[in-house]
Unconditional design. Structure first.
Length: 86
């Protein structure tokens, strides 16, 4: 039990940090519907990291890091067909 209690962080700053991340996407909207939150969740999970302290994360998305496999283009995952010139 002591080992666990030594590892527990009791700080509201962690929660505030987590809450502040999606807050930037809410400022233009008065109401947040389920569709918007679902799309935001998809965007945040499939956006690739441009930089990170851990260099193995650069150029990968959270979904790719979780599964260990590269994923298709975002439009393909959403069911759209991408335009290509022949």
């Amino acid at each position: 039990m002591e080992k666990l209690s030594d590892r527990v962080v009791r700080a509201s700053s962690i929660v505030e940090s987590l809450n502040s991340r999606p807050r930037n996407y809410f400022y233009l909207r008065r109401q947040l519907g389920e569709d918007y939150l679902t799309l935001l969740q998809f965007f945040l999970n499939h956006r690739r990291y441009l930089r990170s302290e851990d260099t193995s994360r650069v150029g990968k998305s959270p979904a790719e890091l979780l599964t260990g496999e590269p994923h298709a283009h975002r439009l393909d995952l959403l069911g759209y067909t991408r335009f290509s010139r022949n």
